[in-house]
Design a protein around this ligand. Structure first.
Ligand SMILES: C[S@@+](CC[C@H](N)C(=O)[O-])C[C@H]1O[C@@H](n2cnc3c(N)ncnc32)[C@H](O)[C@@H]1O
Length: 348
């Protein structure tokens, strides 16, 4: 058995930094169970030279194992432990673009970036498409996308990204950000649509569609990445996204608490679990069989059991095995965050 020590990425957010070790240990367990054939032992916190590490053992880490582990959300560096020396393990992740795609936007109500990556990873690893993580251009939908943290993470991985949010300010801010960013970085892209969407003679929403030709994926296979963002109520998602075309639904649900100035009356009056109960049957139809939904939620407002019941009513199967029950963590006095992941049966 060889011992490995993982150094966690320093987080700008103190609260997330406190939770990161436990969350990363659970994420490693999901990676191990899903795509590494159970190769990793349970990770435990240690200190070396006064610095905290997460350590685990494995018979050997093959190159394909390392290719998956390179994408662990909070991983900064991985070392093989040799006596009291640490030998760096060479890791190359999926990232296709500069990391300011993810970090540059700062706004109240932004979902933590490392947490968003964790949520995407865990959802992907729960789906039937986990083995394709490194090789296929997956399609990720965030049906409550805000200003696009999940969309940016999906784009970063070289995937297609679709988003829906009813907040016009968020939509406009994201549209301005991504168009400016792509232009400033000189990434080849084409805005194929940017304007209102009309249904029955009325404006049903606004939409931005961009094809991006910048990623490794495109260079390898001539397939541009597609970004499709709509400003509309998420329960109307079926009007904008075709059935059974999405591999993963990944979203950070409203927390049911006031977020400073981002406190539109509708957001406060609607309980997140009511929104999810109304929207999940629609989102489920958009998923391909074998796809998965990953939702982060405030368990102080939306108890996990209620959300799991709404997932089951929508024909999805919540994952209840141990690693998936280890993502609960405190964000602040009003928010204890958890992740619920569910799979769409492969044959429905
Ligand atoms: C927790 S925030 C998501 C933040 C996002 N992950 C980000 O980092 O920008 C939840 C989002 O759900 C959106 N929302 C709430 N109810 C909605 C509905 N019925 N339809 C569409 N979007 C909705 C809100 O506008 C808000 O942006």
């Amino acid at each position: 058995m060889t011992r490995f020590a993982l150094l966690i990425r320093p987080s700008a957010n103190r609260v997330y930094a406190e939770a990161a070790a436990g969350l990363t240990a659970a994420e490693l367990a999901v990676f191990s169970e899903s795509v590494l054939g159970g190769a990793l032992s349970a990770a435990e916190g240690t200190r070396r030279g006064g610095v905290p590490y997460l350590e685990f053992e494995a018979d050997q880490l093959r190159p394909e194992h390392c290719a998956f582990l390179a994408n662990v959300s909070s991983l900064y560096a991985l070392f093989e432990v040799s006596g009291d020396l640490l030998r760096p393990v060479e890791l190359t992740g999926l990232d296709c673009y500069d990391d300011d795609l993810i970090t540059i936007q700062k706004y109240q109500g932004k979902t933590n970036e490392q947490f968003t990556k964790l949520l995407l990873n865990v959802t992907l690893l729960a789906s039937a498409f986990a083995p394709d993580m490194l090789s296929r251009k997956l399609t990720v939908l965030d049906p409550l996308c805000g200003r696009g943290t999940t969309l940016n993470q999906a784009i970063m991985y070289g995937y297609d990204a679709a988003g829906i949010d009813e907040d016009r300010k968020d939509f406009d801010a994201y549209r301005a950000f991504i168009k400016t960013w792509l232009t400033r970085k000189r990434i080849k892209h084409k805005v194929s649509y940017d304007g209102p969407v009309r249904r029955d003679g009325k404006t049903a929403g606004h939409r931005l569609q961009v094809s991006i030709a910048g990623s490794r994926d495109e260079q390898n296979r001539g397939q541009p990445q597609l970004l499709d963002v709509v400003c509309a109520d998420t329960t109307r998602a079926g009007e904008f996204v075709r059935r059974a075309t999405v591999d993963l639904v990944v979203t950070d649900a409203p927390y049911g608490v006031q977020h400073g100035s981002r406190s539109a009356a509708s957001r406060l009056t609607r309980r997140p679990q009511d929104l999810l109960a109304a929207a999940l049957p629609v989102w489920a139809t958009l998923l391909r069989p074998g796809g998965a939904v990953g939702i982060s939620l405030n368990t102080l407002v939306a108890p996990r059991a209620e959300v799991a019941a709404a997932l089951r009513s929508a024909g999805l199967e919540p994952l209840e095995s141990p690693p998936y029950l280890r993502f609960r963590h405190r964000v602040d006095q009003a928010i204890t965050r958890d992740i619920v992941v569910a799979r769409k049966p492969a044959v429905s």
